[in-house]
Design a protein around this ligand. Structure first.
Ligand code: PFF
Length: 459
């Protein structure tokens, strides 16, 4: 990005696409998506997810892009400029982002932990991948390593934010394509492991009886999380674009890239689950323990494993910086904080919550400090944070954004902005108008209500 007058702009079209894709492609695609696809029925979940991205995801992204580019302001300022009664919608998004970064940085730290493990101690990782993963989280004692790496990841995120995002844009240009290639390579290897065909059958077997309210809500929350929607980040990114940029093609490209990465990750991990027999629940072990089975089975697996975790780390940091920047910009622009103080204050609180997140995974349960109770479906703090953001706050943020565009600002204004005043083609404009006005608010609203009524009990 470069600065013109007092507004920062992306240095190239590709820079924006890669930065927006960098925010979208992250732990959500590689760490969360495969676990959810596995737990929610494989093929049927994939279809529901694709429909949600194609209809709801693209329209909410378009709504956010047009709000941002129209006003050239961050989330809160943008909504205030369009209608000052609705600035709080942006504020809600900032709060959601704040909660996400707390745990996001810790999981980013696990990726760093694994980079080191693959370099120095790969034999132990491969001897019992699940035990190694649980050991990292405190099965054998206080999880010092996980906490130290979580802290380092948080610190790196903060340092990058303190220097601005120019470096991230450059790094994205090089590393995102490598990430893509490595994922494709690993996916092919995973799908050809002995025993992987059962996993492929699972992914291609479309059995809609596996789809219930939870699966739909999970797909919806996952889509918003994965596309970085519902919390104003895409509003802020688009505020750096000029009128020349084509928002229609940008929306299509970012949504397609993000979804492809999620699908590649799904087809990389789920066949490996069947081939290796390492099938933890919906939890976080997928990208860590399960994949060991793939790395063990490839020549040069140690190096490729290390490369994979490096890319996972990179995907995570381009996302964590985008969220943290949203929180800091809010405190500076809206609350008058000095930038440095806002950054340090945010990081301290995020780190404290993050430590609790890590300890609640395994350690506290083992020590009996945090006892999971029957009947309550978020026994651990981490599940609760994810429940709050993915199932409630992100869908709520997206609901309010589409409601705002559909009924307050007006879809015609959004379409005018999307086409740059008629310069760019937007063949699906009538469909967008209908979706943003009716389909999105009704569908997202209904799913949120269903989630609140049944959500906790049926997860
Ligand atoms: N989209 C990111 C991922 O899939 O990991 C996470 C994320 C980034 C969520 C930015 C929200 C956000 F605003």
């Amino acid at each position: 990005m470069s600065t013109t007058e007092n507004r920062v702009e992306f240095s190239s079209k590709l820079g924006f696409i890669l930065s927006a894709a960098g925010s979208a492609v992250g732990l959500g695609n590689i760490w969360k998506f495969p676990g959810k696809a596995y737990a929610c029925g494989g093929g049927a979940f994939l279809i529901i997810y694709l429909i949600i991205v194609a209809v709801v995801g693209t329209s909410v992204m378009m709504a956010e892009f047009t709000i941002g580019r129209k006003t050239h302001k961050g989330a809160v300022g943008a909504l205030r400029e369009l209608n000052n009664k609705f600035a709080w919608i942006g504020g809600l998004g900032v709060l959601t982002g704040f909660i996400i970064v707390c745990y996001y940085c810790q999981v980013g730290g696990w990726a760093m932990y694994y980079i080191v493990a693959y370099i120095t101690d790969v034999k132990t990782v491969w001897a019992d991948p699940m035990a190694y993963f649980l050991g990292m989280l405190g099965a054998n004692g206080f999880p010092v390593g996980a906490l130290v790496w979580g802290f380092i990841f948080m610190l790196l995120t903060a340092i990058i934010i303190s220097y601005g995002t120019a470096g991230i844009e450059k790094m994205s240009t090089i590393l995102m394509p490598i990430l893509f290639l490595v994922l494709v390579g690993l996916m092919i290897r995973s799908c050809t492991l002995p025993g992987a065909d059962e996993g492929l059958a699972y992914m291609f077997n479309v059995d809609f009886s596996t789809i219930n309210g939870t699966a739909i809500l999970t797909a919806l929350g996952q889509a918003f999380f994965s596309l970085s929607l519902g919390m104003g980040v895409m509003i802020t990114y688009a505020s750096y674009l000029s009128r020349e940029d084509n928002l229609v093609s940008n929306t299509a490209i970012v949504c397609t890239l993000d979804t492809l990465v999620a699908l590649f990750a799904g087809f990389m991990i789920i066949p490996a689950v069947f081939a290796t027999g390492i099938a933890p629940g919906m939890g976080g072990a997928f990208g860590f323990a399960t994949l060991a089975g793939v790395f063990m089975a490839i020549p040069g697996g140690q190096f490729i494993g290390m490369l994979f975790y490096f890319l996972l780390f990179f995907a995570a940091i381009t996302s964590s910086t985008s969220i943290l920047e949203g929180c800091v910009a809010f405190l500076v622009e809206e609350k008058g904080f000095e930038r440095k103080k806002a950054l340090v204050g945010c990081c301290v609180i995020m780190e404290i919550v993050g430590i609790l997140y890590v300890l609640s995974q395994v350690y506290m349960n083992l020590k009996g400090i945090w006892i999971s109770r029957e009947g309550i479906q978020f026994p651990i703090f981490g599940d609760f944070l994810e429940y709050l953001t993915d199932r409630l706050l992100l869908p709520l943020g997206a609901f309010l954004t589409t409601f705002f565009v559909g009924w307050i600002w007006g879809p015609d204004n959004s379409i005018e902005e999307a086409t740059g005043g008629g310069r760019n083609k937007f063949a699906l404009a009538p469909a967008y108008k209908f979706i943003v006005k009716f389909v999105d608010p009704i569908a997202i609203g209904a799913i949120i209500v269903a989630g609140m009524v049944f959500g906790m009990a049926i997860s």
